[in-house]
Design a protein around this ligand. Structure first.
Ligand SMILES: *[C@@H]1O[C@H](CO)[C@@H](O)[C@H](O)[C@H]1NC(C)=O
Ligand SMILES: *[C@@H]1O[C@H](CO)[C@@H](O)[C@H](O)[C@H]1NC(C)=O
Ligand SMILES: *[C@@H]1O[C@H](CO)[C@@H](O)[C@H](O)[C@H]1NC(C)=O
Length: 309
């Protein structure tokens, strides 16, 4: 088997141009000695490189052919040339240097959202000013919590699960829709399995519900197994729909808050039970309350910061 064939599973799993270039520097018949951080059984070298991508400390791998064993190293042959040695039983591969995480800001205009979504509900229209989701007009077709938009924020392997992470999401909404239509969209984050976020409600719900409240569930085409966080407590006396919602999600602390301009300054907090697995990546997800509902979004800003504890 040639080296090119060996690496095919890796391309399929990770597939970035930068990685492909580095993979060309993999060598059969060599290994790096004395920098082992973990050992596991894998099917092939591709799986071993994926394991390396998921461990923040990993800088290179030794793949031992006998027993198909994956060894992750916390150094590489560039840093420790003396430990890079001939060994018939192994293949060695560098792993591209993981740049330390830097704070990220996304300015999501309607057209940006349309271009970067990995999932977008077909019932939408977009202009430079607004992306609008409409749906089935039949109120009986009220499939709850249908996904309308998913946008990747961080790729898998970029962060370790323990990273203290704060995500601020500012959403500018279409006030007319919030005042005149059924419109209770949910905004939040997922690791592709669990979802944590906030549900917002239209003005008709104000007598009974808080203008926004925490919600969590299982991510998918439909948000399932949802649990609302004190949805009916801390209602407002103001009767206008805000043009902006500010959500802050402290992922590592399982806490969130939702901020609006009503009642002077309204701030609702939430405590979640499921912690997102950051090594799986992070996605912004938006669901609507019911299939017939309308959602109008003018702008979303997402700021991701590595917080101090
Ligand atoms: C995120 O929102 C919180 C308010 O909940 C604020 O204190 C913090 O400064 C914001 N961070 C950024 C980077 O905007
Ligand atoms: C809302 O309240 C939480 C918890 O008290 C606080 O951490 C957060 O900064 C507040 N957000 C704003 C925007 O004031
Ligand atoms: C990221 O943002 C946090 C919070 O605003 C700040 O304390 C930290 O210094 C920033 N890190 C970098 C690398 O800019």
């Amino acid at each position: 088997m040639t080296l090119v064939l060996l690496f095919i599973p890796f391309f399929l799993n990770v597939g970035s141009a930068q990685l492909c270039k580095k993979v060309a520097y993999s060598v059969q018949g060599y290994f790096l000695r004395d920098h082992l951080i973990s050992t596991s059984n894998v099917k092939n070298i591709g799986q071993c490189l994926v394991a390396c991508s998921q461990d923040q400390r990993c800088r290179s791998i030794n793949f031992k052919f006998l027993g198909s064993i994956c060894e992750l190293n916390d150094a590489d042959r560039e840093i420790k040339p003396g430990d890079y040695q001939l060994n018939d039983g192994y293949a060695y591969s560098d792993y591209p240097i993981k740049k330390p995480f830097t704070n990220k800001t996304y300015n999501m205009t309607p057209l940006w959202l349309e271009a970067h979504a990995t999932y977008i509900d077909v019932h939408y229209s977009v202009t430079t000013h607004q992306i609008t989701f409409v749906g089935d007009d039949d109120i009986r077709q009220a499939q709850r919590y249908k996904a309308v938009l998913k946008v990747p924020l961080l790729a898998a392997g970029q962060l370790s699960d323990e990273t203290p992470l704060t995500v601020n999401i500012t959403v500018n909404t279409d006030v007319i829709i919030g005042q005149s239509s059924d419109s209770d969209p949910i905004f939040g984050l997922s690791d592709e399995t669990n979802f944590i976020g906030f549900q917002t409600v239209d003005i008709n719900n104000y007598p009974n519900y808080a203008p926004c409240f925490g919600i969590e569930g299982t991510s998918g085409d439909i948000l399932k197994g949802t649990e609302e966080k004190e949805a009916t407590s801390s209602q407002i006396s103001d009767r206008f729909y805000p043009d902006e919602f500010v959500f802050t999600l402290k992922v590592h602390k399982l806490r969130g808050s939702c901020f609006t301009a009503q009642d002077g300054a309204y701030n609702k907090t939430a405590l979640y039970s499921e912690r997102l697995k950051l090594s799986n990546g992070l996605t912004l997800e938006i669901y609507k309350g019911g299939e017939h509902e309308r959602v109008g979004i003018k702008y979303i800003e997402v700021i991701i910061t590595k917080s101090s504890w």
